[in-house]
Design a protein around this ligand. Structure first.
Ligand code: TXA
Ligand code: MG
Length: 348
Protein backbone atom coordinates (compact mmCIF):
# COMPACT_ATOMS: atom_id res chain seq x y z
CA UNK A 1 0.00 0.00 0.00
CA UNK A 2 1.19 3.51 -0.78
CA UNK A 3 1.32 5.70 2.33
CA UNK A 4 0.96 9.46 2.08
CA UNK A 5 2.58 11.84 4.55
CA UNK A 6 0.41 14.86 5.41
CA UNK A 7 1.81 17.67 7.54
CA UNK A 8 -0.69 19.60 9.64
CA UNK A 9 0.68 22.09 12.13
CA UNK A 10 -2.37 24.35 12.11
CA UNK A 11 -5.65 22.77 10.98
CA UNK A 12 -6.98 26.17 9.87
CA UNK A 13 -4.01 26.74 7.60
CA UNK A 14 -3.75 23.17 6.30
CA UNK A 15 -7.50 22.66 5.98
CA UNK A 16 -7.02 20.84 2.66
CA UNK A 17 -4.89 18.21 4.40
CA UNK A 18 -7.51 17.92 7.16
CA UNK A 19 -10.18 17.31 4.49
CA UNK A 20 -7.97 14.76 2.77
CA UNK A 21 -7.41 12.79 6.00
CA UNK A 22 -11.15 12.95 6.78
CA UNK A 23 -12.05 11.78 3.29
CA UNK A 24 -9.77 8.72 3.63
CA UNK A 25 -11.48 7.86 6.93
CA UNK A 26 -14.97 8.26 5.42
CA UNK A 27 -14.01 5.87 2.64
CA UNK A 28 -12.93 3.20 5.09
CA UNK A 29 -9.19 3.91 5.00
CA UNK A 30 -6.65 4.19 7.81
CA UNK A 31 -4.78 7.32 8.93
CA UNK A 32 -2.26 7.70 11.76
CA UNK A 33 -3.14 10.94 13.56
CA UNK A 34 -1.54 12.94 16.38
CA UNK A 35 -3.35 13.23 19.70
CA UNK A 36 -2.17 14.92 22.89
CA UNK A 37 -1.27 11.52 24.41
CA UNK A 38 0.23 9.36 21.64
CA UNK A 39 -0.41 8.95 17.90
CA UNK A 40 -3.55 6.97 17.08
CA UNK A 41 -4.21 4.59 14.17
CA UNK A 42 -7.57 6.00 13.09
CA UNK A 43 -10.41 4.33 11.20
CA UNK A 44 -14.21 4.58 11.06
CA UNK A 45 -15.39 2.99 14.33
CA UNK A 46 -18.76 2.12 12.77
CA UNK A 47 -17.23 0.23 9.85
CA UNK A 48 -16.34 -3.38 10.74
CA UNK A 49 -14.02 -3.72 7.75
CA UNK A 50 -12.08 -0.56 8.58
CA UNK A 51 -11.73 -1.80 12.16
CA UNK A 52 -10.53 -5.24 10.98
CA UNK A 53 -7.90 -3.44 8.90
CA UNK A 54 -6.71 -1.54 11.99
CA UNK A 55 -6.10 -4.86 13.79
CA UNK A 56 -4.31 -6.22 10.71
CA UNK A 57 -2.06 -3.17 10.28
CA UNK A 58 -1.04 -3.27 13.95
CA UNK A 59 -0.87 -7.05 14.26
CA UNK A 60 -3.15 -6.74 17.28
CA UNK A 61 -5.30 -9.54 18.78
CA UNK A 62 -8.91 -9.01 17.62
CA UNK A 63 -10.44 -9.34 21.09
CA UNK A 64 -8.60 -6.27 22.40
CA UNK A 65 -11.20 -3.49 21.98
CA UNK A 66 -10.60 -0.03 20.52
CA UNK A 67 -11.31 3.42 21.96
CA UNK A 68 -13.64 5.62 19.91
CA UNK A 69 -12.80 9.31 19.68
CA UNK A 70 -15.57 11.87 19.49
CA UNK A 71 -15.87 15.65 19.60
CA UNK A 72 -18.17 16.35 22.55
CA UNK A 73 -19.91 14.67 25.50
CA UNK A 74 -23.29 15.10 23.78
CA UNK A 75 -22.14 12.68 21.05
CA UNK A 76 -21.56 9.95 23.61
CA UNK A 77 -25.32 9.36 23.69
CA UNK A 78 -25.22 8.15 20.10
CA UNK A 79 -22.88 5.29 20.99
CA UNK A 80 -23.43 4.54 24.69
CA UNK A 81 -26.45 3.86 26.90
CA UNK A 82 -27.28 4.02 30.60
CA UNK A 83 -24.78 6.86 30.89
CA UNK A 84 -24.46 7.85 34.56
CA UNK A 85 -24.49 11.52 35.61
CA UNK A 86 -20.85 11.18 36.69
CA UNK A 87 -19.83 10.81 33.07
CA UNK A 88 -20.91 14.36 32.33
CA UNK A 89 -19.28 15.64 35.50
CA UNK A 90 -16.03 13.99 34.45
CA UNK A 91 -16.34 15.57 31.00
CA UNK A 92 -16.91 19.03 32.46
CA UNK A 93 -13.69 18.69 34.41
CA UNK A 94 -11.40 16.66 32.14
CA UNK A 95 -12.68 16.83 28.55
CA UNK A 96 -11.41 17.38 26.06
CA UNK A 97 -8.29 15.63 27.31
CA UNK A 98 -6.48 12.41 28.14
CA UNK A 99 -9.36 10.53 29.75
CA UNK A 100 -11.16 7.47 28.35
CA UNK A 101 -14.40 6.27 29.92
CA UNK A 102 -15.94 2.84 29.40
CA UNK A 103 -19.73 2.80 29.19
CA UNK A 104 -22.43 0.30 28.11
CA UNK A 105 -22.48 0.38 24.33
CA UNK A 106 -25.36 0.87 21.90
CA UNK A 107 -25.92 -1.61 19.06
CA UNK A 108 -24.49 0.75 16.43
CA UNK A 109 -20.99 0.04 17.77
CA UNK A 110 -19.91 -3.14 15.99
CA UNK A 111 -18.51 -6.09 17.93
CA UNK A 112 -15.28 -5.67 15.95
CA UNK A 113 -14.75 -2.31 17.65
CA UNK A 114 -15.72 -3.47 21.13
CA UNK A 115 -13.73 -6.70 20.86
CA UNK A 116 -16.94 -8.67 21.48
CA UNK A 117 -17.72 -6.81 24.74
CA UNK A 118 -21.01 -5.03 25.49
CA UNK A 119 -19.15 -1.86 26.41
CA UNK A 120 -17.45 0.94 24.49
CA UNK A 121 -14.48 3.08 25.48
CA UNK A 122 -14.98 6.76 24.64
CA UNK A 123 -12.45 9.60 24.56
CA UNK A 124 -12.69 13.26 23.57
CA UNK A 125 -9.15 14.26 22.57
CA UNK A 126 -7.93 17.85 22.96
CA UNK A 127 -5.30 17.88 20.20
CA UNK A 128 -6.42 20.48 17.65
CA UNK A 129 -5.36 18.32 14.68
CA UNK A 130 -7.22 15.25 16.00
CA UNK A 131 -10.27 17.38 16.72
CA UNK A 132 -10.27 18.94 13.25
CA UNK A 133 -10.01 15.54 11.54
CA UNK A 134 -12.75 13.99 13.71
CA UNK A 135 -15.04 16.97 13.02
CA UNK A 136 -14.40 16.88 9.28
CA UNK A 137 -14.98 13.11 9.09
CA UNK A 138 -18.09 13.46 11.29
CA UNK A 139 -17.59 9.90 12.54
CA UNK A 140 -16.67 8.18 15.80
CA UNK A 141 -13.00 7.47 15.13
CA UNK A 142 -11.66 4.16 16.42
CA UNK A 143 -7.99 4.58 17.25
CA UNK A 144 -5.60 2.37 19.16
CA UNK A 145 -2.06 3.65 19.59
CA UNK A 146 -0.41 3.75 16.15
CA UNK A 147 2.44 1.33 16.96
CA UNK A 148 2.94 -2.22 15.77
CA UNK A 149 1.69 -4.50 18.53
CA UNK A 150 4.64 -5.14 20.84
CA UNK A 151 6.36 -1.77 20.19
CA UNK A 152 6.16 1.31 22.43
CA UNK A 153 3.36 3.73 21.59
CA UNK A 154 4.41 6.36 19.03
CA UNK A 155 4.88 9.93 20.23
CA UNK A 156 6.09 11.36 16.91
CA UNK A 157 5.16 10.98 13.25
CA UNK A 158 8.59 9.38 12.67
CA UNK A 159 7.66 6.56 15.09
CA UNK A 160 4.50 5.95 13.00
CA UNK A 161 6.58 5.96 9.81
CA UNK A 162 8.96 3.42 11.38
CA UNK A 163 6.07 1.08 12.31
CA UNK A 164 3.33 1.62 9.73
CA UNK A 165 4.81 2.86 6.44
CA UNK A 166 3.16 0.89 3.63
CA UNK A 167 0.44 -0.43 5.96
CA UNK A 168 -1.82 2.64 6.21
CA UNK A 169 -3.21 5.16 3.72
CA UNK A 170 -1.74 8.23 5.40
CA UNK A 171 0.30 9.45 8.34
CA UNK A 172 -0.42 12.95 9.62
CA UNK A 173 2.59 14.75 11.07
CA UNK A 174 1.35 17.10 13.76
CA UNK A 175 4.55 17.26 15.79
CA UNK A 176 5.51 15.52 19.02
CA UNK A 177 2.78 14.49 21.49
CA UNK A 178 2.55 16.69 24.58
CA UNK A 179 1.62 14.06 27.18
CA UNK A 180 3.56 11.08 25.85
CA UNK A 181 1.71 8.25 27.63
CA UNK A 182 -1.71 6.91 26.68
CA UNK A 183 -4.94 8.22 28.23
CA UNK A 184 -6.23 7.30 31.65
CA UNK A 185 -8.86 4.54 31.24
CA UNK A 186 -11.68 4.14 33.75
CA UNK A 187 -14.83 2.04 33.62
CA UNK A 188 -18.25 3.28 34.69
CA UNK A 189 -19.81 0.06 33.42
CA UNK A 190 -18.78 -2.09 36.39
CA UNK A 191 -20.42 -2.19 39.82
CA UNK A 192 -18.01 0.45 41.11
CA UNK A 193 -15.93 2.92 39.10
CA UNK A 194 -12.50 1.45 38.50
CA UNK A 195 -9.22 2.77 37.11
CA UNK A 196 -7.87 0.34 34.52
CA UNK A 197 -4.94 2.28 33.08
CA UNK A 198 -3.28 5.31 34.71
CA UNK A 199 -2.56 8.39 32.60
CA UNK A 200 -2.22 12.15 32.84
CA UNK A 201 -5.62 12.48 34.52
CA UNK A 202 -4.67 11.09 37.92
CA UNK A 203 -6.56 8.87 40.38
CA UNK A 204 -6.42 11.71 42.95
CA UNK A 205 -8.11 14.08 40.50
CA UNK A 206 -10.72 11.51 39.54
CA UNK A 207 -11.57 10.80 43.17
CA UNK A 208 -12.82 14.38 43.53
CA UNK A 209 -15.72 13.30 41.34
CA UNK A 210 -15.61 9.53 41.96
CA UNK A 211 -14.73 9.14 45.68
CA UNK A 212 -15.30 5.37 45.40
CA UNK A 213 -12.88 4.93 42.49
CA UNK A 214 -10.96 1.68 42.81
CA UNK A 215 -7.59 1.01 41.23
CA UNK A 216 -7.25 -2.28 39.41
CA UNK A 217 -4.56 -4.47 40.93
CA UNK A 218 -2.82 -4.77 37.54
CA UNK A 219 -2.06 -1.00 37.47
CA UNK A 220 0.96 -1.39 39.74
CA UNK A 221 1.72 -5.07 39.35
CA UNK A 222 1.40 -8.11 37.16
CA UNK A 223 -2.19 -9.27 36.51
CA UNK A 224 -2.75 -11.87 39.20
CA UNK A 225 -3.46 -15.40 37.98
CA UNK A 226 -7.20 -16.02 37.76
CA UNK A 227 -7.94 -12.29 38.25
CA UNK A 228 -10.45 -10.63 35.93
CA UNK A 229 -8.79 -8.66 33.13
CA UNK A 230 -11.43 -5.91 33.20
CA UNK A 231 -9.52 -4.40 30.32
CA UNK A 232 -8.47 -7.00 27.74
CA UNK A 233 -5.26 -5.03 27.14
CA UNK A 234 -4.09 -6.17 30.59
CA UNK A 235 -3.75 -9.74 29.39
CA UNK A 236 -1.41 -9.02 26.55
CA UNK A 237 2.30 -8.85 26.71
CA UNK A 238 3.28 -5.23 26.57
CA UNK A 239 6.26 -3.68 24.99
CA UNK A 240 9.43 -5.39 26.00
CA UNK A 241 12.62 -3.91 24.57
CA UNK A 242 15.27 -6.17 23.09
CA UNK A 243 17.38 -5.32 26.12
CA UNK A 244 16.59 -6.69 29.53
CA UNK A 245 15.43 -3.78 31.66
CA UNK A 246 15.77 -3.49 35.44
CA UNK A 247 14.28 -0.61 37.43
CA UNK A 248 16.52 0.72 40.21
CA UNK A 249 14.79 2.68 42.97
CA UNK A 250 16.92 5.00 45.05
CA UNK A 251 18.74 8.33 45.21
CA UNK A 252 20.88 9.74 42.41
CA UNK A 253 23.93 8.85 44.48
CA UNK A 254 22.91 5.24 45.02
CA UNK A 255 21.96 4.91 41.35
CA UNK A 256 25.22 6.29 39.96
CA UNK A 257 27.27 4.25 42.44
CA UNK A 258 25.45 1.06 41.43
CA UNK A 259 25.90 1.89 37.74
CA UNK A 260 29.66 2.40 38.10
CA UNK A 261 29.90 -1.33 38.84
CA UNK A 262 27.88 -2.33 35.74
CA UNK A 263 30.17 -0.95 33.02
CA UNK A 264 30.14 -3.60 30.27
CA UNK A 265 29.48 -3.80 26.56
CA UNK A 266 25.78 -3.20 25.80
CA UNK A 267 24.92 -1.80 29.24
CA UNK A 268 23.00 1.48 29.23
CA UNK A 269 21.54 3.74 31.88
CA UNK A 270 18.02 5.08 31.31
CA UNK A 271 18.39 8.01 33.62
CA UNK A 272 17.31 11.45 34.73
CA UNK A 273 19.18 14.63 33.75
CA UNK A 274 20.42 14.94 37.33
CA UNK A 275 22.11 11.51 37.17
CA UNK A 276 24.35 12.27 34.19
CA UNK A 277 27.16 14.02 36.10
CA UNK A 278 27.98 10.91 38.07
CA UNK A 279 27.49 8.30 35.34
CA UNK A 280 30.39 6.39 33.85
CA UNK A 281 28.35 4.16 31.47
CA UNK A 282 26.55 5.24 28.26
CA UNK A 283 23.12 6.65 28.97
CA UNK A 284 19.83 7.92 27.54
CA UNK A 285 18.14 10.70 29.47
CA UNK A 286 14.37 10.28 29.71
CA UNK A 287 13.36 13.23 31.84
CA UNK A 288 14.29 15.03 34.97
CA UNK A 289 14.00 13.92 38.56
CA UNK A 290 10.71 14.92 40.21
CA UNK A 291 9.33 16.13 36.89
CA UNK A 292 6.89 13.36 36.04
CA UNK A 293 5.52 15.29 33.04
CA UNK A 294 8.94 15.28 31.36
CA UNK A 295 9.36 11.57 32.09
CA UNK A 296 5.96 10.78 30.54
CA UNK A 297 6.84 12.81 27.45
CA UNK A 298 10.10 11.01 26.71
CA UNK A 299 9.72 7.44 28.02
CA UNK A 300 8.54 5.79 24.81
CA UNK A 301 11.01 7.58 22.51
CA UNK A 302 13.83 6.70 24.94
CA UNK A 303 12.85 3.02 24.80
CA UNK A 304 12.80 3.08 21.00
CA UNK A 305 16.20 4.77 21.04
CA UNK A 306 17.70 2.05 23.26
CA UNK A 307 16.56 -0.62 20.79
CA UNK A 308 18.15 1.33 17.95
CA UNK A 309 21.43 1.51 19.89
CA UNK A 310 21.36 -2.25 20.36
CA UNK A 311 21.32 -2.03 24.16
CA UNK A 312 21.52 -5.46 25.81
CA UNK A 313 21.01 -4.51 29.44
CA UNK A 314 19.32 -1.34 30.64
CA UNK A 315 19.09 -0.02 34.19
CA UNK A 316 16.31 2.56 34.50
CA UNK A 317 16.28 4.98 37.39
CA UNK A 318 12.87 4.38 39.00
CA UNK A 319 10.32 7.21 38.82
CA UNK A 320 8.19 8.47 41.68
CA UNK A 321 4.59 7.28 41.52
CA UNK A 322 3.10 10.72 42.16
CA UNK A 323 0.62 12.24 39.72
CA UNK A 324 1.36 11.15 36.15
CA UNK A 325 4.34 9.28 37.66
CA UNK A 326 1.98 6.36 38.31
CA UNK A 327 1.34 6.13 34.55
CA UNK A 328 5.07 6.34 33.84
CA UNK A 329 5.77 3.60 36.39
CA UNK A 330 2.92 1.46 35.00
CA UNK A 331 4.48 1.53 31.49
CA UNK A 332 8.09 1.18 32.64
CA UNK A 333 7.46 -1.79 34.90
CA UNK A 334 5.89 -3.63 31.96
CA UNK A 335 8.86 -2.81 29.76
CA UNK A 336 11.01 -4.24 32.58
CA UNK A 337 8.93 -7.42 32.88
CA UNK A 338 8.36 -6.39 36.55
CA UNK A 339 12.07 -6.57 37.38
CA UNK A 340 12.73 -3.99 40.08
CA UNK A 341 15.43 -3.50 42.68
CA UNK A 342 15.37 -1.27 45.75
CA UNK A 343 18.78 0.35 46.10
CA UNK A 344 18.14 1.67 49.58
CA UNK A 345 18.31 -1.96 50.67
CA UNK A 346 21.62 -2.50 48.95
CA UNK A 347 24.84 -2.54 50.97
CA UNK A 348 27.53 -0.19 49.74
O1 TXA B 1 -4.32 7.83 24.64
C1 TXA B 1 -4.92 6.86 24.17
O2 TXA B 1 -5.81 6.28 24.78
C2 TXA B 1 -4.53 6.42 22.76
C3 TXA B 1 -4.91 7.54 21.79
C4 TXA B 1 -4.68 7.15 20.36
O3 TXA B 1 -6.23 7.93 22.02
N1 TXA B 1 -5.19 5.19 22.43
C5 TXA B 1 -4.84 4.00 23.00
O4 TXA B 1 -5.56 2.91 22.56
O5 TXA B 1 -3.98 3.91 23.85
P1 TXA B 1 -5.09 1.39 22.80
O6 TXA B 1 -6.03 0.59 21.99
O7 TXA B 1 -3.67 1.25 22.49
O8 TXA B 1 -5.40 1.15 24.31
C6 TXA B 1 -6.73 1.09 24.76
C7 TXA B 1 -6.85 0.27 25.99
C8 TXA B 1 -6.56 -1.19 25.74
O9 TXA B 1 -5.81 -1.71 26.83
C9 TXA B 1 -7.94 -1.84 25.69
O10 TXA B 1 -7.92 -3.17 26.17
C10 TXA B 1 -8.74 -0.94 26.61
O11 TXA B 1 -8.20 0.36 26.46
N2 TXA B 1 -10.17 -0.91 26.24
C11 TXA B 1 -10.72 -0.41 25.12
N3 TXA B 1 -12.05 -0.62 25.09
C12 TXA B 1 -12.36 -1.25 26.24
C13 TXA B 1 -13.58 -1.77 26.80
N4 TXA B 1 -14.75 -1.66 26.16
N5 TXA B 1 -13.51 -2.39 28.00
C14 TXA B 1 -12.32 -2.51 28.65
N6 TXA B 1 -11.15 -2.05 28.17
C15 TXA B 1 -11.16 -1.44 26.97
MG1 MG C 1 -1.73 0.62 22.65
Amino acid sequence: MKTKLLTITDPEVQFKEVQEAAEILKQGGLVAIPTETVYGLAGNGLDPQAVKNIFLAKGRPQDNPLIIHIESPAQAEKYAQEIPAEYYELCRRFSPGPLTVILKKKDCIPMETSGGLDTVAIRIPSHPVARAIIAAADLPIAAPSANLSGKPSPTSAQHCVDDLWGKVDAIVDGGDCMVGVESTVISLAEEKPILLRPGAVTAEQLREILPELEIHQAVTGELEQGAKATSPGMRYKHYSPNAKVTILNGSTEAYTRFMAKQAQDGVYALCFEEDTVGLTVPYIVWGSLNNEDSQAQHLFSALRELDKLGAKKVYAHGPSREGVGLAVYNRLIRAAGFDELDLSEEEF
